[in-house]
Write a protein that binds this ligand. Structure first.
Ligand SMILES: [Zn+2]
Length: 383
């Protein structure tokens, strides 16, 4: 069994947890020494050295807590002296507000949905609780009731998980259907009454991209379309990576702008799929590279396992999740929906399942002692 080293750092607290596993096959005595930039493991018959990335420096003298966890190895807690700089993400609204032309692609197959479009107005839509807030604050009837928030030509309106654009801007607009009798209003743009024939599908691969919301407005889910400045060549990226990137950006945006950390993820039909609880976005996973050998990777599918690679620092969002398929955990779900002010996020049902799969794969790749927090499962998403 190979020695495996996992180093997790909390940037804001400058603290680290180091887990050394795979020591069982070695001949005792084993001597482990930690220096600022490396870790040495010396056993009776061999010696290994693991190197840290240049920007990460440990403070070995602060090691105060060493524990042996059965089946896993040694856990150590210590402080870090430096960990490199944090990454920032650009909000979709800020990205679209730049004076660039954008192209929307079907994320599944790369087919162009909307070409070389420069939006004149990029505006956030009111939140789902907006109309009830207005009612509470106004001493007269809601002046905005029954007024629709639909995009005109060259407008792009942003909901939490979708964009509304005018059909005139779309490369190959979906045909009108007779079902589009009523025009939805701000409050129910997110509603669950989506009908089969309002679905907008990719002409090439038939992936569901969104739905038509009126005779001239189309809603695209941010998890289904790839939005890129038109001057960039189409960037091929795996579905899993894309979903991870979009979800992390969304959770970071909402937690920063609305101080919301609890989320209920539901399908277009209103069916609840999972609860998400964002714990922090300042966790850093550090890959250690065995000198003259290969590194230890924390992420399934990570590409940095060849001997030429240099150690890497990965900023991650740490979150708890709980799948709620088949009405499981009903009591907790009710509490979350009604008492904690959890924020609802709506995606196509297939994407909700993809998200559960992504989180589950991530969870099972963790050392066993890190997988659970009470009844919640733990996952790390790359920022
Ligand atoms: Zn497609």
């Amino acid at each position: 069994m190979d020695t495996n080293v996992r180093l997790e750092i909390r940037r804001s607290m400058q603290s680290a947890v180091l887990i050394v596993s795979g020591l069982a096959g070695k001949r005792f005595p084993i001597d482990i020494s930690v220096s600022q930039s490396s870790l040495q493991i010396q056993s009776a018959d061999d010696s290994e050295e693991f190197l840290l990335p240049q920007e990460v420096k440990l403070a070995p003298s602060t090691c105060r807590y060493v524990q042996h966890v059965s089946g896993e190895g040694l856990h150590m807690r210590l402080k870090v002296l430096s960990v490199g700089s944090a990454v920032t993400t650009t909000a979709l609204k800020d990205l679209l507000n730049t004076e660039e032309k954008f192209t929307f692609y079907c994320q599944s197959c790369g087919s162009v949905v909307l070409q070389q479009q420069q939006f004149l107005r990029v505006l956030p839509l009111p939140s789902e609780n907006w109309s009830s807030l207005v009612e509470e604050w106004c001493c007269h009837p809601d002046p905005f009731a029954n007024r629709s928030c639909l995009p005109k030509v060259n407008d792009c309106f942003l909901g939490d998980t979708f964009l509304l654009v005018n059909k005139a801007n779309i490369s190959d607009p979906p045909r009108d259907t007779n079902e589009m009798s009523s025009v939805p209003h701000c409050g129910d743009a997110n509603a669950s009454k989506s009908k089969e024939n309002t679905k907008v599908v990719c002409k090439r691969c038939k992936a569901i991209l969104g739905e038509t919301v009126s005779s001239d407005a189309v809603k695209y889910y941010i998890t289904e379309v790839m939005i890129q400045p038109s001057f960039q060549a189409y960037q091929m990226i795996s579905r899993k990576q894309f979903v991870e990137r979009i979800i992390v950006r969304l959770l970071m945006e909402l937690s920063a702008s609305r101080s919301t950390f609890r989320f209920c993820v539901q399908g277009q039909d209103g069916k609840l799929f999972l609860l998400l609880w964002l714990l922090n976005v300042d966790t850093v996973l550090v890959e250690l590279i065995k000198s003259g050998g290969v590194g230890s990777c924390f992420f399934p599918g990570s590409t940095s396992s060849d001997s030429e690679s240099t150690p890497e620092v990965q900023n991650v969002a740490r979150l708890l999740y709980m799948p709620c398929i088949n009405d499981s955990n009903k009591k907790l779900v009710d509490k979350w929906m009604n008492e904690t002010g959890a924020h609802s996020l709506t995606f196509p049902s297939g994407t909700c399942l993809e998200l559960i799969l992504l989180l589950s794969l991530n969870n099972t790749a963790l050392p066993h002692s890190l997988r659970f927090m009470n009844e919640w499962k733990v996952a790390y998403l790359k920022i």
